[in-house]
Design a protein around this ligand. Structure first.
Ligand code: 3PG
Length: 207
C-alpha cells in the first residue's frame, strides 16, 4: 500500500476529476500522467465514476488512482474494490478511524475542531476545503503553530494564479483542483491541451 505522504508528494497538484463518460477516463488519465501529474482523484459525482476508477486502475500505468467525494463508509469500501489506491472526502467520515481503512483516506477539514477530531482518529494529512472560502493561506498560517504535525492539501478555488501562494506554505504538501481538466476540453477530447495544463501544474514548485 502506497502511503498518503508518498501519494501527495508525487506532484504539486492532484487533479480533481468529474468524468461523465467512462470512455474518456483512460485517455484523460494518460494525458494527465503524460503532463507529469501521477496522483489523480476521480470524484464520485457521476454515475460512471466507479467504472472510470476501474478502467484507469486497470489500464493506465504510472498512475496512482484515487477517489474523491467519498461521503460514507460504503463509498469508501466501493472505491477500494474498484481499484482506488487512496480516497478523499470533503469532510471527516463519521465514526471512521484511520486504522480501519484498506486504503489511505485524506479527510476534509475546515476548522480547528475538525483538525483535532481528525488527529484523534490518527490522521495527520487533511484536505483544507473549501480552501478559498475557509481562510485560504491565512487559515493555513493560523493552523501551523497549534497543529505543527498537520499537513494540508488545500482544495476548492485553487487556480494557477493562487496555487504558488498555497504551495509556499510550509504545512502544504500539494493542492487539489479541477482546473487541469476543464469540462469543455474533456467533452472535446482535447488531450493535447489537457496535457499542457497538467505540465504547467506539474511545474509549480513547492518551497
Ligand atoms: C473538490 O471537490 O475538491 C472541489 O470541487 C474542487 O474545487 P475546484 O473545482 O474549485 O478546483
Amino acid at each position: 500500500m502506497i502511503s498518503l505522504p508518498e501519494i501527495l508528494g508525487l506532484a504539486p497538484v492532484v487533479p480533481v476529476l468529474i468524468i461523465e463518460d467512462e470512455t474518456l477516463a483512460v485517455p484523460l488519465a494518460r494525458a494527465l500522467v503524460a503532463g507529469g501529474l501521477r496522483a489523480l482523484e476521480v470524484t464520485l459525482r457521476t454515475p460512471s465514476a466507479l467504472a472510470c476508477i476501474e478502467r484507469i486502475a486497470g489500464e493506465v500505468e504510472d498512475c496512482v488512482i484515487g477517489a474523491g467525494t467519498v461521503l460514507n463508509r460504503n463509498m469508501l469500501d466501493a472505491v477500494g474494490k474498484a481499484g482506488a489506491r487512496f480516497a478523499v472526502s470533503p469532510g471527516l467520515l463519521e465514526g471512521h478511524r484511520f486504522q480501519d481503512s484498506a486504503i489511505p483516506l485524506l479527510p476534509g477539514i475546515a476548522t480547528a475542531t475538525e483538525i483535532m477530531a481528525g488527529l484523534s482518529s490518527g490522521y495527520d494529512h487533511f484536505k483544507l476545503f473549501p480552501a478559498n472560502i475557509v481562510g485560504g493561506t491565512g487559515a493555513l498560517k493560523a493552523f501551523a503553530s497549534p497543529f505543527s504535525q498537520a499537513r494540508f492539501c488545500p482544495t476548492g478555488g485553487v487556480t494557477p494564479a493562487n496555487a504558488p501562494d498555497y504551495l509556499a506554505e510550509p504545512n502544504v504538501v500539494c493542492v487539489g483542483g479541477s482546473w487541469v481538466a476543464p469540462v469543455d476540453l474533456l467533452r472535446a477530447s482535447d488531450w493535447a491541451r489537457i496535457e499542457a495544463l497538467a505540465r504547467q501544474a506539474a511545474a509549480l514548485r513547492r518551497v
